[in-house]
Design a protein around this ligand. Structure first.
Ligand code: ZN
Ligand code: ZN
Length: 253
């Protein structure tokens, strides 16, 4: 369950000209490391700052999750924190010890992890995942999520229906290709299949995920998964997944 936390941040380096930059750097590093969400707010007090943050669990801000960037900046700035309450808007995150497969299900919104547990269907906080692409943070996944949401924003505003619908629904669009690259890389780290959740739309006019039978990419028959919440059909070889009730219905627009 996501939590609301309060961090008291103090600048160690009193010669620093722009202490707020250090505060911003620290919070940005914690965000990119999957320890807090991007919705933080900061109060300025006489000798310290208070940041109210959303974090993924009681222990998510602990030092055991720090990366090299956070350890370095803590030479100039320090913080203590307390967890205030549960986040009223948050849904539960995955508590499974093992995951038989994963789904990159980039939904609209930046208040959750885009990686879902194939068994329970709930999101897996990024701090529970390995870094990918030789990074020491989760920047690739988070920047993909932002890029995806930007395309959805334009589609929702009806500013560019053809371009955005194609990006969001075509298995070979630049957006999907990048998603599949992330799935492939994550799969190499976790050793379990990682599927990319694709809404039905580009070539399946008047079809929904309920009535597509074949993979749009390779033409092979999709496998129906009975016992999972976040994906209903998958193509094992293309690592594409479909859900019957996707939050975006592209079949009619
Ligand atoms: Zn789970
Ligand atoms: Zn396929």
């Amino acid at each position: 369950m996501y939590k609301i936390g309060r961090m008291k941040i103090t600048i160690k380096d009193q010669t620093c000209d722009n202490p707020i930059d250090l505060v911003e750097d620290l919070l940005s590093m914690l965000y990119k490391n999957g320890q807090i969400l991007i919705n933080y707010i900061v109060e300025k007090h006489n000798c310290f700052y208070i940041a109210t943050v959303t974090t993924t669990d009681d222990d998510s801000i602990e030092a055991k999750y720090f990366n090299v960037y956070i350890r370095n900046i803590l030479e100039k700035v320090e913080f203590t924190y307390e967890i205030i309450s549960d986040d009223g808007f948050a849904s539960d995150s995955c508590q499974c010890q093992e995951h038989s497969f994963y789904v990159l299900g980039t939904y609209y919104g930046d208040d959750s992890s885009p990686v879902l547990c194939g068994d329970c269907g709930k999101e897996i906080p990024l701090i529970k995942l390995p870094y990918i692409f030789s990074e020491d943070e989760h920047f690739s996944i988070l920047s993909y999520q932002r890029m995806y949401n930007s395309v959805v924003d334009v589609w929702m505003s009806s500013l560019s229906d053809r371009f955005t619908k194609r990006q969001l629904t075509y298995y070979d669009s630049q957006l999907t290709k990048r998603g599949l690259e992330i799935c492939h890389e994550l799969e190499s780290k976790v050793g379990k299949p990682v599927y990319f959740l694709l809404p039905v739309g580009e070539f399946e006019i008047n079809k929904t995920a309920e009535n597509i039978v074949n993979c749009p990419k390779c033409g092979g028959e999709l496998n129906v998964l009975e016992s999972t919440e976040c994906v209903d059909k998958v193509c094992h070889s293309c690592r594409l997944g479909y859900i019957d009730q996707h939050m975006f219905d592209f079949s009619k627009k």
